[in-house]
Design a protein. Structure first.
Length: 411
């Protein structure tokens, strides 16, 4: 018998039929003798729809009230799911974040979990034979204000709860069989990855793969919670995400990830003096714009060019910040390249294998894909290429590192 936390996303809960399917999926695990705690997101597009409604009433809705509103989405799911389970003859009970004492800081719409005071309530309900259905995404502050954890935050609820009740595993049920070597929609050779380290998962998601909320993976890493990303429609094992072990290093590259929605900004004629880069990037960070890659060119006559990438959706904000920055540092100006994307190869094996970068560049060169920027970390190599070459680059790298299905069946 295991204590299992399962998390279901909004897409799996969008209609009564889907809810009933999920109810049966939960029952299947319960009937094996497991204790089940299930974290659910709001049904379908509920959260988006609520935000859209709010934005028709207020340009920037008050964040306390926005949390109060958004938290209702998950409350619908817990009640509906519990009803479905009870109808099928099982004992089930729903819990809101407040009822469980999921304590957070006071940062509305992006709160951090500090403690789960009511973990004992779950333990008791499990002992009494209940399936516990918990609202994801929501918590409360010390003075009982409703908070939410950031978009996609139900993943974080699941991991925090798994930690608090010492669950054996925290499962994320998806419409894919696990974390894939790349997006199967653009590369049909993509296959399921069996094991990933926390760091690989973090790099894959920051590179663009939308699998788990990054903060939930960080939380799991800090507390050593084993994560299992698996398919809703299959019993097969999916991808296990856990602490790195020596076996993982055998795979040099685990996955190829990409993000087409980036933009490159180049500041021209930046005076090459200590403190200038710090000034630029502090101002940009203060303006709430995330900078990804940064490149500074060789200095010529005391002047240099600095290029960096941002998410395209932040471009408007970035431009507003840049006008005064350029003036203040006395640079020549800046220009923007909107049609770029980033492709990354991720794998812990890069630590011990050499030549990965050159293999990557060769594969891209053979497809005549020009590299605009390069950045590396210990377990990731990223390149910026033109947006319309991103998909070709993904396929080329997926093949070059032999991540495709064929290899899997030959093993
Ligand atoms: N319902 C929230 C959202 O859509 C939380 C979640 O889905 O995890 O962001
Ligand atoms: Mg959602």
């Amino acid at each position: 018998m295991a204590l299992i936390v399962q998390k279901y996303g909004g897409a799996s809960l969008a209609t009564p039929e889907k809810m009933l399917f999920v109810a049966d999926r939960i029952i299947k695990e319960k009937n094996k003798g497991n204790q089940m705690v299930v974290v659910v997101s709001a049904p379908g597009d509920t959260t988006d729809n609520l935000i859209e409604f709010a934005e028709k009433l207020a340009k920037e809705p008050d964040s306390r009230e926005l949390d109060m509103l958004m938290a209702t989405g998950e409350q619908q799911s817990i009640a509906l799911m519990s009803m479905a389970l009870i109808e099928k003859g099982y004992k089930a009970k729903s819990f809101t974040g407040m009822q469980l004492g999921i304590m957070t800081d006071t940062k509305h719409t992006k709160a951090r979990i500090l403690d789960i005071k009511g973990a004992g309530k779950i333990k008791q309900a499990l002992k009494d034979g209940y399936i516990c259905i918990v609202a994801g995404f929501q918590g409360m502050t010390q003075d009982e204000q409703v908070t939410t954890l950031g978009r996609g935050g139900s993943d974080l609820t699941a991991v925090a709860l798994a930690t608090a009740i010492k669950a054996d595993v925290c499962e994320f049920l998806k419409d894919v069989p696990g974390v894939m070597t790349t997006n199967p929609e653009i590369c049909k050779e993509a296959k399921k990855i069996d094991f990933l380290s926390y760091d690989e998962m973090l790099e894959l998601s920051s590179g663009g793969a939308q699998v788990l909320y990054n903060r939930s993976v960080e939380f799991a890493k800090n507390y050593g919670v084993v994560l299992h990303v698996r398919g809703t429609f299959t019993d097969k094992t999916g991808t296990i995400i856990k602490k790195e072990d020596s076996g993982m290093e055998k795979t040099v590259v685990s996955g190829i990830t990409y993000n087409k929605k980036e933009a490159k900004i180049t500041i021209k004629g930046v005076p090459d003096r200590p403190g200038i880069a710090s000034y630029i990037f502090n101002k940009i960070a203060d303006g709430d714009v995330n900078v990804d890659m940064i490149i500074q060119n060789v200095s010529d006559k005391g002047m240099t060019d600095i290029s960096f990438t941002v998410f395209r959706k932040d471009l408007g904000k970035a431009k507003k910040l840049l006008d005064p920055i350029v003036k203040k540092i006395d640079a020549k100006g800046y220009f923007v390249d909107e049609n770029i994307g980033k492709v990354s190869a991720v794998g812990v094996g890069m630590r011990t294998h050499t030549g990965i970068a050159s293999a990557m560049f060769k594969a891209l060169a053979e497809k005549k894909i020009n590299i605009l920027m390069i950045s590396t970390s210990e377990i990731k190599i990223s390149v910026v290429v033109l947006e319309d070459q991103v998909e070709d680059a993904v396929r080329a790298l997926h093949a070059a590192f032999k991540l495709g299905k064929k290899k899997a069946s030959a093993e």
